[in-house]
Every structure is written in structure tokens, then in C-alpha cells.
Write a protein that binds this ligand. Structure first.
Ligand code: NAI
Length: 335
């Protein structure tokens, strides 16, 4: 069958290729997999393609979008939920449709969030390495019970709600803050909404689940970190720029922050998703964070489950084929 649409897939990793090329109806898309990210200098690689499929760290700013349009691209299909890397105003002006995968597996991200916290708190990563070297000592591996602690969830959308529910399963007290609170959900799950300063002051563990927007950039900065409980553990699986890294490092150095688990990092573009082993890391702040014993970092892998990749492929292909057939996009996918 002749493909209905041609699509350049930027920053395509082996798992992207596998799941996109094997998804149902994948044969109706002519794929051009590109192993580099989109920015203004690489946009030309989509020449002659009708759609550009991009991910969280591609740079779809005005210049890149103009370049894509000049090469014939009509559709930007994000294969992720967050869209802070796309200049939507520019896209609108250029007549480019922008679609995304609004929810592929909120469970994948929520479960990774809790996994990070458990690993950091119980020092499982350090224990694993010790035992492999036949060091069976427990010195320095003391953690704390989650039961009875206060967990503060910032952002109770799809991911934040599931994260809160998992923490309730540990018998933790869960408090939350959201611009649009969902009271009936909170009552059902024994979660209490509070104002942000109260959440910061009361939480033993903070977990960030708001999107990156102008008003959430550096949500955790020197001032807000100063409001947090001494020894607080912070988990961020949402977007790196929610945290002011310099302020975080200062709070770690002073001992005010007890532990930090990050799946996202302010300057992750060009670093996360890449194999830089054997190279000199150019980011001094990231180098510093990697050296702290109470910081645990994964490279934006919270979404990476079989279920999430299948759903990303299914919705992305559906978005592409709707465009090709001139059918309306599903409301929740279109931006
Ligand atoms: P969602 O849209 O379902 O929920 C976001 C929530 O944040 C909403 O309840 C909204 O009312 C709230 N919110 C927005 N602005 C706010 C503000 N200024 N103050 C307080 N609350 C505010 O989003 P979802 O699906 O839960 O995803 C959350 C974020 O997780 C995404 O924006 C994305 O950045 C990140 N993410 C990370 C992944 C990873 O692999 N690490 C994978 C998928 C998403």
C-alpha cells in the first residue's frame, strides 16, 4: 500500500524506531528516522516531508519552524505530552498544525517517581554497587520509613494524582497544590489541598508534576527552597526548568535539602539521551550534582515502558493519518 504521509522523525532512538515502525498502520507512514535533534540547523533534514515528529528536547523555536515550513512540512507531531519546546504562537502564524500525545502512561512516570525516591532514600543504588564488590557493610545506608511522612505533590494532573495515590499506599500523609484542584478526587484518596507555602513548609518529600510554563519556571528557587523543611527530599520527573539548579546546589551544600532525585535537568538538552561516556562533561553544575552522594539522576527515562512506547506510537500514527486524510484531530491531542 502506498504510504499516506511522509514523516521525518527527529532524535529517533532505537526504541522509537522499533515502536513507531511496528505500530498498527505504521505501513501507511513513510518514515525518515534521523538520529539528531531538531533545531534551526538540522531542520533541512525534513526536506520534502509532510510531517516532523519530535520529542522533548528538540528545539522547535520560531527559526526552526520557519525552516521546516520552507522545506514543505505542514504538521509537527510531538511524541510526548510536554510542549514547552514548541513556539506555538509561531506555529500558528506559519499555519503549522501541532499535535501531541497527551497521556501515554501516567503510570510509567508516577512509578518511576516513586522508584527514584525509594532508591535515593534506601540507598539501593549504593548498596547494589557495594554488594557486587563483596562489601556487605550497612554503614551509611540508613534511610527513613515513608509511612507517616508528609509527601507534597505539586500538580495533581494525570501523573501527580497517580503518584499521590501510590504514596497513600505507603500510608504517607499526602498534601497537594494545584492551580485547579480536584476536590472530589482528593476526598476519595485522603489527600488535602493546601497553599503552596504551606505545602513547602510541611512536606518531608516534595514531588513536582506541574508542566513547565512561564509561571512555573524556577518554581523551586532560593526563596521557595528556604520555605522547605530542613532535610526535605525533592523528586522532579516533570521538567528540569522547574528548579533553579544553582539554588538547589546551594541548598544541598548547606545541608538544608536532604536528597534530590531528578529525571529531568535544567540543561538536559544535548546531554540526556546521549552516550557521552569517554567525553569531558562540559556542564559544571551537572558534574557537581553527579558528585553529591544524596543526588540520584536518571536521564529522562520516566516514560520508558513498553506500554508507554506502544501508546506513543499508536497516538502518533493516528495523529499523522488524521492529518493525511484531512480528518479532525482528537481534541486532546491538538495544541
Ligand atoms: P497534566 O496536564 O495532566 O497535569 C498538570 C497539572 O498541573 C494540572 O492539574 C494543572 O492544573 C497543574 N498546573 C498547571 N500550572 C500550574 C501552576 N502554575 N501551579 C499549580 N498547578 C499548576 O500533566 P501530566 O500528564 O500530569 O504531566 C505533568 C508533566 O510531566 C508534563 O507537563 C511533563 O512536563 C512531565 N512529563 C515527564 C515525563 C518524563 O518522562 N519525565 C513524561 C511525561 C510527562
Amino acid at each position: 500500500m502506498k504510504p499516506l504521509i511522509t514523516t521525518a522523525v527527529f532524535d529517533a532512538k532505537p526504541y522509537d524506531r522499533d515502536y513507531l515502525a511496528q505500530g498498527a498502520d505504521a505501513g501507511q507512514v513513510a518514515w525518515r528516522f534521523l538520529d539528531f535533534r531538531l533545531d534551526v540547523s538540522t531542520a533541512g533534514a525534513a526536506k520534502g516531508m509532510q510531517a516532523a515528529c519530535i520529542f522533548a528536547n528538540d528545539v522547535a523555536d520560531r527559526a526552526a519552524l520557519e525552516a521546516l515550513v520552507s522545506h514543505g512540512v505542514k504538521l509537527i507531531a510531538l511524541r510526548c505530552a510536554g510542549f514547552n519546546n514548541v513556539d506555538l504562537a509561531a506555529a500558528r502564524e506559519l499555519g503549522l498544525a501541532v499535535v501531541r500525545v497527551p497521556a501515554y502512561s501516567p503510570h510509567a512516570v508516577a512509578e518511576h517517581t516513586v522508584g527514584l525516591l525509594l532508591t535515593l532514600n534506601r540507598k539501593i543504588h549504593r548498596a547494589y554497587n557495594r554488594v557486587r564488590e563483596l562489601n556487605f557493610s550497612l554503614a551509611g545506608l540508613v534511610g527513613f520509613d515513608l509511612c507517616g511522612k508528609t509527601v507534597g505533590i505539586i500538580g495533581t494532573g494525570k501523573i501527580g494524582r497517580i503518584t499521590a495515590q501510590i504514596f497513600r499506599g505507603f500510608e504517607a500523609r499526602v498534601i497537594a497544590h494545584d492551580a485547579a484542584p480536584d476536590q472530589s478526587w482528593a476526598e476519595r484518596h485522603g489527600v488535602g489541598y493546601v497553599k503552596l507555602p504551606d505545602l513547602l513548609a510541611e512536606s518531608d518529600i516534595l514531588s513536582l508534576h506541574v508542566p513547565l510554563m512561564p509561571d512555573t519556571r524556577h518554581l523551586l528557587n532560593g526563596q521557595s527552597l528556604a520555605l522547605t523543611k530542613p532535610g526535605v527530599f525533592i523528586v522532579n520527573t516533570s521538567r528540569g526548568r522547574l528548579i533553579d539548579t544553582v539554588a538547589l546546589i546551594a541548598a544541598l551544600k548547606s545541608g538544608h535539602v536532604g536528597g534530590v532525585a531528578l529525571d529531568v535537568y535544567e540543561e538536559e538538552q544535548g546531554v540526556f539521551f546521549e552516550d557521552l561516556s569517554g567525553q569531558v562533561l562540559q556542564d559544571d553544575e551537572l558534574s557537581l550534582l553527579l558528585n553529591f552522594p544524596n543526588v540520584l539522576i536518571t536521564a529522562h527515562q520516566a516514560f520508558l515502558t513498553r506500554e508507554a512506547l506502544s501508546e506513543i506510537a499508536r497516538v502518533t500514527i493516528d495523529n499523522l493519518l488524521r492529518h493525511a486524510r484531512g480528518e479532525p484531530y482528537l481534541t486532546e491531542t491538538v495544541l
